[in-house]
Design a protein around this ligand. Structure first.
Ligand code: ZN
Length: 400
């Protein structure tokens, strides 16, 4: 290389590149451990393509920093049993909160995505914007009081919230299923009240993160999480990245119009999928002609199982519209793995059977296609765990 070219090489390039490579390699190793739970150095070398010496050096450093721990030996039939390493669950913690239309669930989550402790408060009809925010703050405070010894290791408070968000500002722009939730500066409030960094993610996308990292979708690079709850949502993951859309409004399956002259939706239009197939819609339709006032989708499912034909009819109708919406989504994106999650999914075959029938009816070229409908593995914890994982994004390989 001659001197002229030399001048264009900044002094710090070599060191900068070295540090960058090292931190990328560490991220890759941590990312693998997050997905696979425990691995030997040989496995890490195979999976990353890094040579044994590099892996040994990186692992030694991470052991010293207590990010990873030695976790015994792998049992092999022949030869030496290799040592395995694991993420150190006590390396750090995050406070995860799942804010839903019916609940505030707050939990302490360790570095290995284990839920150490969790508490839930219900949201009732008497609640408003102020009282719901109070429930969120109270949930976090009680956890901090419960675990004073972990206080120093709690790195962030992370919220999964439904609706339209400004993640950078930490603001809930509009959440139609929560009373008065327009322009709520929740990040500012929680940072002030708890003195912790704050991260925000939309609920269905948080669920998709969790199922993709630790749950039913961890072996799939691309999948759609269908969140069946009081409202409907999706988390669309393409090559391990959440697809958000230009204004973060992608995947609004609840507002696909399925009945042009249908009921008025809370979004202001008519006949959205959410007016016929969400938990809220089932509760509303289920109350018609009944004396009980407090009926919700769960009570309606119980009635259906006890032979109430009107209730069965409502689930059939809801499932059939859901199948139509889902078929449209699969036809658009060509993503054949669907993870079913959310509290309405607990109605099981009552809603899933008519959904599958309708899906088959509306899907393009069905005979050649393998569609996999898989139940989420993380149940009620998925949004909370997905939110909590945001605290560690800087450490791990960029994904989502
Ligand atoms: Zn709508």
């Amino acid at each position: 290389m001659n001197r002229t070219q030399d001048r264009f090489v900044p002094d710090n390039l070599v060191t900068g590149t070295h540090h960058l490579m090292k931190s990328l390699n560490r991220g890759v190793i941590l990312g693998l451990l997050r997905r696979e739970t425990s691995l030997s150095r040989i496995e890490l070398s195979k999976l990353t393509g890094l040579d044994a010496k590099t892996i040994t050096n990186l692992v030694r450093e991470m052991l010293q920093e207590k990010i990873v721990v030695a976790a015994g030996y792998q049992k092999k039939k022949m030869g030496r049993n290799p040592k395995i390493i694991n993420l150190n669950e006590d390396y750090g913690y995050s406070l995860g909160i799942d804010l839903g239309a019916s609940h505030v669930r707050a939990g302490l989550v360790n570095f290995k995505a284990g839920l150490v402790f969790c508490r839930e408060e219900f949201i009732t009809r008497r609640d408003n914007r102020v009282s719901i925010v109070e429930k969120i703050v109270r949930g976090c405070r009680l956890i901090l009081e419960e675990f004073p010894d972990k206080r120093e290791k709690i790195r962030a408070v992370c919220l999964a919230a439904p609706g339209f968000l400004n993640r950078e500002k930490g603001e809930i722009i509009r959440s139609v299923n929560l009373p008065g939730f327009t322009s709520v500066p929740i990040g500012k409030i929680l940072r002030r009240e708890l003195g912790l960094p704050f991260y925000l993610e939309e609920s269905s996308r948080a669920m998709a993160r969790a199922e993709g990292l630790f749950g039913a979708a961890k072996d799939h690079k691309s999948f759609i999480l269908l969140d069946l709850g009081v409202g409907l949502g999706t988390g669309i993951v393409i090559n391990r990245h959440l697809y958000r859309g230009v204004e973060e409004m992608a995947g609004e399956i609840g507002h696909i119009v399925v009945e042009v002259k249908g009921d008025r939706c809370h979004c202001g239009r008519r006949g959205c999928l959410e007016t016929v197939a969400s938990g809220a819609a089932l509760a509303r339709l289920g109350r018609i002609g009944r004396s009980e006032s407090g009926i919700d989708a769960r009570a309606l499912a119980l009635a259906a199982r006890n032979g109430d034909t009107a209730a069965v009819g409502l689930f059939n109708r809801a499932g059939s519209f859901l199948g139509l919406g889902l078929a449209n989504l699969i036809n658009l994106f060509d993503i054949p793995v669907i993870i079913i999650s959310g509290r309405l999914a607990e109605a099981g075959d009552l809603i899933l059977d008519p959904m599958k029938r309708s899906l088959r009816e509306h899907l393009l070229f069905l005979t050649d296609r393998k569609i996999r409908l898989v139940k989420g593995q993380l149940g009620e914890d998925s949004a909370l765990l997905g939110a909590a994982s945001l605290a560690w994004d800087e450490l791990f390989t960029p994904s989502f």
